[in-house]
Every structure is written in C-alpha cells, then in structure tokens.
Design a protein. Structure first.
Lengths: 116, 114
C-alpha cells in the first residue's frame, strides 16, 4: 500500500519562472492538502482539494494555484516565483468520503524548491 | 501565521532520559496532533488527541491536553538516539469550515545523545 508520493524531490528555478509540483495521495484517500515549510519553521497551510474543488485556502497569494484530478492526485502551481518561495512543499492526504472523515493525515516526503 | 508556540525550541538529552515538549495554541480546537520530522523530510503522524480527551498513550508517547489553558504536552519516555528529530504540534480549529486544516507550531528540535 503506497503512501503519499510527491514529485519531483528537488527543484531549482529562477525568479519569475513557474513551477508545478505533483502529489499522489495514499490509497483510499480523497482529500489533498498542500503546505509550505520554510527553513526552521513549521508548515503553513496553502490550500485543500476535495472532489476536484478548492475547499479551504490559507493566507497565500493567487500566484499559488492548484488542481485535483478525478483519481484524487493533485498539482500545486506557483507562478512568478520569488526568492521567498524557496521552501519544502508538503502534500498531505486523508479521507472524508464514505464512512465519514478520518482525522489522521498522512504526509509525503516533500518537494524542496530553491528559487535563485 | 502560526497557531501557537512550542517550548522549548531545542532540547538535548541522553539516551534513556525522558523528553517533554509543550505546545500552546490560541483558538478553540477540534483536535490536536503531534508530528515528527527527520532532517527536513516528510512529517510522520505520532498521536491525535481530541478536545474532549485529557490524556492519550501510544507506546513510549504520552500526550496531555488542557483546553482551559490551551496547551498540550508530549512526553517521550526512555528516549533513544533514533528519536532525534523535530517535533511539531498541529491543531484543527473547532468549527466545520476548518476541518482538516492543520495549523502548526514552530516545533521543538530534540537531540538524543547515545
């Protein structure tokens, strides 16, 4: 049973470029959340997708956008990259479908983004 | 912004000793969760405690929750070198609109010396 997977593991971009990060949730999970973790800080919630729609959003600008596909996988897109976007991007999944929500969230290994 | 604060920011102990980390938060919560992170990798879920619970155990872990003080503590007993990691508390705010959104503290860096 595969856990949450993310790709790529590392990425280097330059300011102004655009980036797409990918996440496959744990088998049986239907909800995906994205978090940004700056060095030495705790993760910060970016947004959450369920039933292919953005359900909640944290305090992040519109440069951050996402998508969820019918197979529950998700993408995080960041446009017009800034130096401050350098961080570890984490994806988490859980299920809130049939049987009711399960509270434990499972995290992927993350994608480390460096913006130069 | 972060939900709360963790104390201490860093903790250094010897193998076999107990480690206690504290977490404070600001709003009413549905539940509080503790996670471990090794060397900037993904987060591993350790334990979840609901707002109507006061104490939970899982192996060498003991978590307490005091909703009147908006605080929680994580105790790791008989620590091992492999417990060296960053530990984060995360809360899910009370109220249906915030379900599933985890708000993390700054974390405690635990170092266990062999």
């Amino acid at each position: 049973d595969a856990g949450v997977t993310q790709s790529p593991t590392h990425l280097i971009k330059t300011r102004g470029q655009q980036v797409t990060l990918r996440c496959s949730p744990k088998s049986g999970h239907d909800t995906v959340s994205w978090y940004q973790q700056a060095l030495g800080q705790g993760p910060q919630f970016i947004f959450q997708y369920y039933e292919e729609e953005e359900r909640q959003r944290g305090n992040f600008p519109d440069r951050f956008s996402g998508h969820q596909f019918p197979n529950y996988s998700s993408e995080l897109n960041v446009n017009a990259l800034l130096l401050g976007d350098s961080a570890l991007y984490l994806c988490a999944s859980y299920t809130q479908g049939a049987g009711g929500p399960k509270e434990t969230q499972y995290f992927g290994p993350g994608t480390r983004l460096l913006v130069l | 912004s972060q939900q709360g604060e963790e104390d201490p920011q860093a903790l250094s102990i010897q193998e076999g000793e107990n480690a206690t980390m504290n977490c404070s938060y600001k709003t009413s919560i549905n539940n509080l969760q503790w996670y471990r992170q090794n060397s900037g990798r993904g987060l591993v879920h350790l334990i979840l405690i609901r707002s109507n619970e006061r104490e939970k155990h899982s192996g060498r872990l003991r978590v307490t929750l005091d909703t009147s003080k908006k605080s929680s503590s994580l105790l790791i007993t008989a620590s091992r070198a492999a417990d060296t990691a960053s530990y984060f508390c995360a809360t899910v705010r009370a109220g249906g609109t915030s379900y599933g959104k985890l708000t993390f503290g700054q974390g405690t860096i635990l170092t266990v010396h062999p």
